[in-house]
Ligand binder design. Structure first.
Ligand code: ADP
Ligand code: ASP
Ligand code: MG
Length: 426
């Protein structure tokens, strides 16, 4: 017997027929002798709808009330799944975030889970009941509802798995695993049987929304075994233990698997695109100590995450241009802040552009290989794609390009690094 957390995303929970199918998948796991907790998302599109209502109520809405509104989508699906499970003869009940509770900090709309009280949950599971938990929700120390940031149900699932010491956390979604790139953009994307935590973390953080970034860092920290697999399976599909989804594994585990299969490690594991970035350039800043700090300190104080930064070579006049990116959703706030600091920073002009995309290639293989970045630059140049900014980490190279060229860039790089599905067969 194993203890398993099963998480179902928005597309899997969208409507009666799909929830009914989810109920059957869950019941089958329990019938196989496992203790099961289920974490669910709101129906696809529902959270967006609720966010729109908040924006319509007040452009500068109260984040605490936003959380009350957007947490509602998951409340509905958790109750519905419990009903569907009961309808097919399973014992099931819902446990809302505040009922367990799932304790978080008070950073509304992007709260972090601090701990989960699991005694009641474990007792219920041990009695043969299926626990259904709405993802995305938490509770502050002073009893206010929080949410964990968009895509946060993945993090709820991993946190529940860690709290109850689950043997596995299965993330059921609308694709059957993690691919070399978004299979909805590149038809030749290839499914990966295994990805390391480190690579998945990097891929998620640069735009592969198949898993929320925090869910991966939490799984890595807590050693939770995470598997990504499809919920769009027939009733006679094999059990999750044997379904070929994608397993997130440690570096050592992957090295061992590859050694056993005599497989060579790919240089690049995956490619991700992120259109939610905006670029800002401040021109003619004084080339002196403290100038850059004057730009970024107020942004940090306002919790705005700056990603790529380039400072151009100083001109003769002792002036320099600084270009950087921020999340598109924070662009207006960033502009307002920098406008207010114009005197203090001493720039000439602020130019912004939200029609940009960040394309990233990720792979642990690049730790020990040179030439990954130059292949990227050459392949993009050959197709006339201009690079506006570059950033790198030990296992990633990212470039900023015109948003209209996103799909082309991803496809070109996918081919350039030999990731296309047909390459493998060849
Ligand atoms: P859920 O509602 O189940 O949480 P999401 O929409 O959040 O699902 O995540 C699944 C989606 O992630 C897929 O439909 C796919 O378009 C996208 N995706 C992006 N990059 C990848 C990738 N490398 N592999 C698989 N899916 C990806
Ligand atoms: N429903 C939330 C969202 O759409 C959380 C999730 O689905 O993971 O962001
Ligand atoms: Mg998701």
């Amino acid at each position: 017997m194993a203890r398993i957390v099963m998480k179902f995303g928005g597309t899997s929970m969208a409507g009666t027929e799909r929830i009914r199918r989810v109920a059957r998948i869950v019941q089958r796991q329990q019938a196989a002798g496992h203790e099961v907790a289920v974490v669910v998302s709101a129906m696809a599109g529902e959270t967006d709808r609720l966010v729109t209502f908040c924006r319509e109520a007040d452009a500068l809405y109260d984040p605490a009330e936003y959380d009350v509104v957007v947490a509602a989508g998951e409340q509905i699906t958790s109750g519905l799944l419990a009903m569907h499970l009961q309808a097919i003869g399973a014992k099931a009940r819902s446990w809302l975030g505040w009922q367990l509770p799932i304790h978080t900090d008070d950073a509304h709309a992007k709260a972090r889970i601090e701990n989960i009280e699991s005694d009641a949950l474990l007792a219920s599971m041990a009695s043969g009941e299926i626990a259904v938990i709405p993802g995305f929700q938490g509770l502050t120390a002073d009893n206010r509802v929080t949410t964990l940031g968009r895509g946060g149900s993945d993090t709820s699932a991993v946190a529940v798995a860690a709290a109850i010491g689950a043997d596995r956390c299965d993330i059921y979604t609308d694709v059957d695993g993690v691919y070399t790139t978004d299979p909805r953009i590149v038809a030749k994307a290839r499914k990966l049987s295994h990805v390391t935590y480190e690579e998945m973390l990097e891929l998620a953080s640069v735009g592969s929304k198949v898993l929320q970034t925090r869910s991966v860092s939490l799984a890595m920290k807590e050693g939770v075994r995470v598997q990504v697999l499809s919920s769009f399976i027939d009733d006679d599909a094999p059990a999750a233990d044997t379904i070929p989804g994608t397993m997130i594994v440690s570096d050592e585990e992957l090295a061992k698997i590859q050694e056993d299969l005599e497989m060579e490690r790919q240089l690049i594991t995956g490619i991700a695109a992120d259109k939610n970035e905006a670029k800002i350039t401040l021109t003619r800043i004084a080339d002196r100590p403290g100038a850059v700090a004057a730009i970024f300190s107020p942004l940090a104080a306002a919790n705005i995450n700056v990603d790529m930064i380039i400072q151009n070579i100083a001109k003769d006049k002792g002036e320099t241009d600084v270009t950087f990116t921020v999340p598109g959703a924070d662009l207006a706030r960033t502009q307002a802040l920098l406008e207010g600091q114009k005197e203090a920073i001493g720039y000439f002009r602020m130019i912004s552009d939200s029609k940009v995309a960040k394309i990233s290639v990720v792979g642990v293989g690049m730790k020990s290989h040179a030439g990954v970045a130059s292949t990227m630059f050459r392949s993009l140049a050959d197709r006339g794609i201009n690079i506006q900014a570059i950033s790198t980490s030990e296992i990633k190279v990212s470039v900023l390009i015109d948003e209209d060229e996103t799909e082309l860039a991803v496809r070109v790089l996918h081919t350039a690094y030999g990731l296309d599905a047909q390459d493998e067969a060849a």
